[in-house]
Write a protein that binds this ligand. Structure first.
Ligand SMILES: Cc1cc2nc3c(=O)[nH]c(=O)nc-3n(C[C@H](O)[C@H](O)[C@H](O)COP(=O)(O)O)c2cc1C
Length: 362
């Protein structure tokens, strides 16, 4: 057991990012740290989900994940959604319309309730999430896409809560450390979601050496206990995971059945880093959608948050009308080993058994 896992009250040094409150619950109950991704939650939805988890988790540790990017269009200014809409070039709107037309995707029905076009990719939204999260006895707040602002770190620390931040380069890890981040998540290029270019095998020990006493979690490609043991061998105090939970029974309600099918079928070579979701490189399944955005006829991608805004309605149309051909999801290279749907508790047990066997073998 690592020092950090002891401090956090974990039975296994395994951290699970997920947007499913049910997965959070099962991971935390199983002795790991479930971390609820808040990016697509309104503060009210986050409140509901955390109340649901808290009522069932029997005092076991859990956390919340926010996304406050270091840089995005409109940061520090008063920009409205309408102003941002106005910044989207017509060429990009036409490109999206053409794809939908060519694939016969109808408009949304009149009574359809649209989701929010602006995801939680901003300091204001991240702080609103943190305010809600701090009403619960959470043990950890994590942030993606940059060093969170001092306000976020100070609030977490005032409540005695540890703050983690993801990074893909040693320079970013040092910036996190200088800002007072308690746990560095060293994310290798094999990871699902926003990720850099350096392999975890290289990045993790490099960051461990650079940040000294600050604990490091390794992220990217951890799908079982063998990889968790490898992370610890590289000097990490735990493994931070995301993809492996996508094919758990408890996550199925959060994704289209065709996406689950794509995940089960995909091999480790079927992902690509593309800017097409947010404007920053994110690893995801290679699909027709990624090929079109990265293809010769693409107008190129836009900066955060415009790239998501230009496609938000299109994505809802694609899923509402079951246009399988254009579906996809962020996923890491570990997807090649995700070949069946399992209960989260079974995945947790596999992590424990494999970890024990790997350590015994070493
Ligand atoms: C579908 C999906 C969505 C993700 N969204 C976020 C997010 O909103 N915030 C975040 O910190 N990380 C996000 N990540 C990254 C995970 O937190 C984690 O770092 C990553 O999945 C680890 O690599 P792995 O996919 O190989 O396990 C996402 C990953 C996936 C697969």
């Amino acid at each position: 057991m690592t020092e950090l896992a002891k401090q956090l009250g974990l039975e296994i040094p395994l951290f699970a990012f997920t947007r499913s409150k049910e997965v959070v619950l099962e991971v935390s109950r199983g002795g790991g740290m479930g971390v609820l991704g808040a990016i697509a939650h309104s503060p009210e939805q986050l409140d509901e989900d955390l109340a649901w988890i808290d009522a069932r988790v029997d005092g076991k540790p859990y956390g919340v994940d926010t996304v406050m990017p270091n840089s995005y269009l409109g940061k520090g200014e008063t920009v409205t959604k309408e102003m941002l809409q106005g910044m989207i070039p017509q060429q990009h709107r036409d490109f999206v319309d053409r794809i939908l037309q060519e694939h016969g995707v109808p408009p949304l029905p009149e009574d359809y309730e649209r989701h929010e076009d602006l995801l939680g990719w901003s300091v204001e939204k991240g702080i609103a999430h943190i305010e809600v999260a701090l009403r619960y006895p959470i043990k950890l707040i994590a942030n993606a896409l940059g060093t969170p602002p001092p306000e976020a770190i100070d609030r977490a620390h005032a409540h005695g809560i540890k703050m983690a931040a993801l990074c893909g380069k040693t320079k970013q890890a040092l910036a996190h450390q200088a800002a007072g981040i308690d746990i560095i998540v060293a994310q290798g290029t094999e990871a699902g979601g926003h990720t850099g270019e350096i392999a975890g095998m290289v990045l993790c020990p490099e960051i461990v050496d650079a940040v000294g006493d600050t604990p490091v979690l390794m992220a990217g490609g951890i799908g079982g206990g063998r990889q968790l043991a490898a992370a610890l061998a590289l000097g990490a105090q735990g493994g931070w995971t995301g993809s492996v939970w996508l094919t758990t029974e408890e996550n199925l309600a959060y994704q289209h059945a065709h996406v689950t099918e794509l995940l089960l079928k995909a091999g480790s070579g079927d992902t690509v880093r593309s800017r097409c979701i947010s404007g920053k490189p994110a690893r995801q399944l290679r699909t027709k959608w990624t090929r079109l955005w990265d293809g010769e006829e693409s107008p190129g991608t836009l900066p955060i948050p415009l790239q998501w805004m230009v496609q938000a309605e299109a994505v809802e149309r694609i899923y509402h009308h079951d246009c399988n051909e254009l579906m996809g999801t962020p996923a890491g290279q570990i997807v090649g080993m995700m070949n069946r749907v399992e209960p989260t508790a079974a995945v947790m047990q596999r992590f424990k058994d494999e970890y024990a066997a790997a350590v015994a073998r070493l």
